[in-house]
Design a protein around this ligand. Structure first.
Ligand SMILES: Cc1cc2nc3c(=O)[nH]c(=O)nc-3n(C[C@H](O)[C@H](O)[C@H](O)COP(=O)(O)OP(=O)(O)OC[C@H]3O[C@@H](n4cnc5c(N)ncnc54)[C@H](O)[C@@H]3O)c2cc1C
Ligand code: FES
Length: 511
């Protein structure tokens, strides 16, 4: 199981499938074992198998069923958190490396889909950062200056937005960005890995990643193990690390809608604005002649801190109607989670304290391209080769200059622990209607209670199995979200998204 068991379905889930894989039914020995079959894990597996290495990929759910199935798949070398902030926090050299790696990631997708014959609707399009009403125009001036400083020559003043009526609007244009269908691409990667002898296993949850005598042993819930010279943990949020990495990033829920439109509803481009959280918009072609899809995303909040999805989808739709009057009825609505690193760059490289275990996490809103960067960077590192981007992404780096963000993101954990002594959202199970979930207090314990459509109760401990925070109900996805580090659990307590690997404990009423 993984987040594919959450309720909402993305446009991608409705229009493509990733091929299936068996579960691991015997122990194995390979050159490299990859945990997680999203864009990051499959990109690493692809690069290593192309380099002639024997790889095994293990996923706790269906292949491609994680956050990659819930993306909006803008492929951007422009930076959604602003390069001027990156230069301030991390310096010009690292900002330049970040830009170059993201740009290389788009080119890598372009060449892989060509080489492997993957029909994934890839196209190069321009990206526009548009000034939103009420925002300081100096944001664009600073961003343009930072782009020039780091050698991003395809950034230029556009003085227009790609939305209808956008002539004369303050905006920067970034040439040569891209877009694709993420699940069609992942399915093609799986085929290419298999064709090179790579082994892939679904519904195979990893519970241990341990270095032993110069190799790594990866253990699974079934008891079978995979031994390898290197392990790559690409589970979006690392399941091999208890706390250190999780204090350097914070989980955010983000929302997206898709509606059909007439051709020409807007320029075929990427659009995002200067609000925080920002709106992100693009078109995607449809193959059935029904007109292109308009995809609008935004309305982010810290995971577990809001449960008002109708209001958030309503706000996205109202924004779409205002700016894209040619859009028709909304046909798809979904949410997903991104991990925001406190010092802006993802963490891709050697897991701190290990010699043969690598991680890819801290995806932020650009996790598709950073997943492809992970493919190139980690395949080099796992083969003992140097890589120019290693410094920019190293997971062991100190985040001292980002102390403010570090403290404010980690305050969530302290606040959450006060929930142990606070009353629950409801005082009695009788208050729970069919289809509702809520945390309540029973015999001094916090309980995650859900009443299903048939009226049956599902009770689990509300204490997250990762590090003990209290989980919150997510009515859109019919799951429990942990605000501290972003674990998700189904109504019977089974983990759907890490870092948790174990279920919520059982709860017996009155005990
Ligand atoms: C609404 C939304 C819009 C977005 N828009 C963009 C965008 O426009 N551009 C962009 O670049 N990025 C975007 N992102 C971010 C991007 O989609 C993600 O960062 C990226 O897909 C994450 O890929 P991943 O491989 O790290 O994780 P995932 O796709 O989540 O893959 C991780 C895999 O690990 C598996 N796993 C977890 N735990 C275990 C375990 N214990 N054992 C075995 N397997 C395990 C999971 O089942 C899962 O399949 C968006 C995200 C969302 C939610
Ligand atoms: S995800 Fe860390 S405590 Fe829940």
């Amino acid at each position: 199981m993984n987040s594919s068991s959450e309720t909402s379905r993305s446009l991608w889930m409705a229009t493509a499938t990733v091929r299936t894989a068996p579960t691991l039914d015997a122990s194995l020995q390979v050159d490299a074992v990859i945990v997680g079959a999203g864009i990051a894990g499959l990109s690493v597996a692809y690069e290593l198998s192309r380099a002639g290495r024997r790889v095994a990929v293990l996923d706790r759910g269906p292949l491609g069923g994680g956050m990659t199935a819930r993306t909006t798949a803008h492929l951007a070398s422009a930076f959604d958190d602003y390069f001027y902030e990156y230069v301030r926090l991390r310096g010009e050299r690292e900002a330049r490396a970040y830009f170059q790696s993201q740009s290389a990631a788009i080119s890598r997708i372009e060449s892989i889909q060509q080489d492997e014959g993957i029909d994934c609707d890839f196209a190069r399009v321009d990206g526009y950062l548009s000034l939103a009403p009420g925002c300081d125009p100096r944001i664009l001036e600073r961003e343009f200056a930072a782009c020039q400083q780091i050698g991003f020559v395809e950034a230029e003043w556009a003085h227009r937005s790609p939305l209808p009526g956008g002539e004369g609007m303050p905006a920067l244009r970034f040439r040569n960005q891209g877009r694709f269908h993420p699940l069609k691409y992942l399915d093609g990667l799986v085929g290419a890995i298999e064709a090179r002898g790579g082994r892939l296993f679904a519904e195979t949850a990893v519970v241990g990643v341990e270095e032993k005598g110069g190799e790594v042993v990866v253990s699974t819930t079934s008891g079978h193990t995979v031994r390898a010279g290197a392990a790559i943990v690409a589970t979006n949020s690392p399941v091999n690390d208890w706390l250190a990495m999780h204090t350097k990033q914070a989980p955010y829920r983000t929302y997206a809608i898709a509606a059909r439109a007439q051709d020409g509803v807007m320029e075929d481009a990427l659009f995002w604005d200067t609000l925080d959280p920002y709106h992100y918009v693009r078109l995607h072609p449809s193959s059935d002649g029904g007109g292109p899809w308009v995809i609008v995303g935004g309305e982010d909040h810290k995971t577990g801190e809001a449960n008002d999805f109708e209001a958030r989808f309503g706000a996205l739709e109202a924004w779409m109607r205002r700016h894209l009057p040619g859009a028709r009825a909304v046909e798809h609505r979904w949410s997903g989670q991104v991990m925001e690193p406190v010092d802006l760059a993802p963490f891709i490289g050697l897991n701190p304290g290990d010699k043969h275990v690598f991680i890819a996490t801290g995806d932020s809103g650009e996790g598709i391209t950073t997943g492809v960067v992970a493919g190139m960077l980690l395949s080099d590192l796992a083969q003992g080769k140097p890589n120019d981007w290693e410094q920019a992404y190293r997971p062991g780096r100190k985040t001292l200059r980002a102390l403010g963000a570090f403290l404010s993101e980690n305050a969530t954990v302290a606040t959450n622990f006060t929930e142990y002594v606070r009353p629950g959202a409801i005082s009695s199970l009788d208050d729970l209607k069919p289809g509702e979930g809520a945390v309540l207090r029973d015999s001094g314990k916090k309980v995650a209670a859900y009443r299903d459509a048939g009226g049956s109760l599902h009770l689990r401990s509300a204490v997250c199995s990762h590090a003990g925070c209290i989980v919150h109900w997510n009515a859109l996805e019919t799951c429990w979200d942990c605000p501290c580090h972003g674990s998700h659990f189904d109504v019977d307590g089974q983990p759907l998204h890490g870092p948790a690997i174990y279920p919520l404990a059982e709860h017996k009423q009155g005990r």
